[in-house]
Design a protein around this ligand. Sequence first.
Ligand code: AOF
Ligand code: ZN
Length: 334
Amino acid sequence: MSHAKFLTRCLQLANYAKGHTAPNPMVGAVIVHNDVIIGEGFHHKAGEPHAEVMAIKSVKDPTLLTSSTLYCSLEPCAHHGKTPPCSLLITNSQIPKVVIGCSDSNVLVNGKGVKHLQSHGVEVVFSADPTPFRQLNQVFFCNKENNRPFVTLKWAQTLNGYLDRNRSINEKASLISGPLAAVKSHQLRSDVDGILISVKTLNWDRPSLTTRNYHGTNPRPIILVNNTLPDSSALENLALAPLFIGNVSALEGDKIECDPYDIVQWLPELLNYGIHHILVEGGGQVLQSFLDSGTVDQWHRFTSNASINGGITAPNPHVAQESYKLGTDLYERG
Ligand code: AOF
Ligand code: ZN
């Protein structure tokens, strides 16, 4: 019997809830009897039943459970949270074998789910490779293991490595990447809870920070404030009320008062605002400070085929893991 086949189905099921489970992970579960799937389920939304509950409930003939295997993309939970423990439901249902994609880093669960199952005589098998199961919930694992949001960087640069030309506040920013890159970058926005920019980028570029070239919800703008105050007209361009971080005592609204340059210090506080994944869009100094702070989990770079004569230097991170052409631009992810 192939564990991989049924574990892959768990991943597919989990993915149906992409974008809807935060702060919880996406989880899928299947129940297999004599190599045939007799039940399936996934976790739809935080506060709602877990994947294992949905899968067990979906089995038409519950008498088969005592001779079935439950496959689950994540270790079954062991705690009473918004819902009762899945590991208890599994032992109460007398399911004799459980195959798990990867363990749950939540301290309330980590190893306790497996321990409960094993101490009740359930055979527990782990996937030989936890990578795809951890990748599925990379944001959740980062939140639990590093106690901070997942951090993604994004920028567009010229062929010779500039983010922008040298200009004054009254001159418009250079348009670097093309329309396909705009769609892709708005897709990246639709994947996150917050977009972080410096107060300088806010005042100079006056962005709206929306997902207008894609679909999905607009992330919350996060403005990093050093010594300059945000322009009220630039703030009006934002689609949503921002969260201010840094030297913010004079500002109204949601704010985290702190040293804006001490990223490692204030980053965990974003979790208290329901921000589990941020996209850092600039400017150059902010992008570089994130790289220097060692908190970057992923980056996306769009490189045009044109060069300019000097300007603001783009970051230069390590080798990309994925790259392809978007029109005349090169897209890279690292
Ligand atoms: C599972 N199956 O489908 C999910 C799990 O507040 P609660 O009760 O929903 O618990 C949330 C935690 O449970 C979450 O942080 C994670 O550790 C685990 N999620 N566990 O057995 C599931 N979604
Ligand atoms: Zn559970």
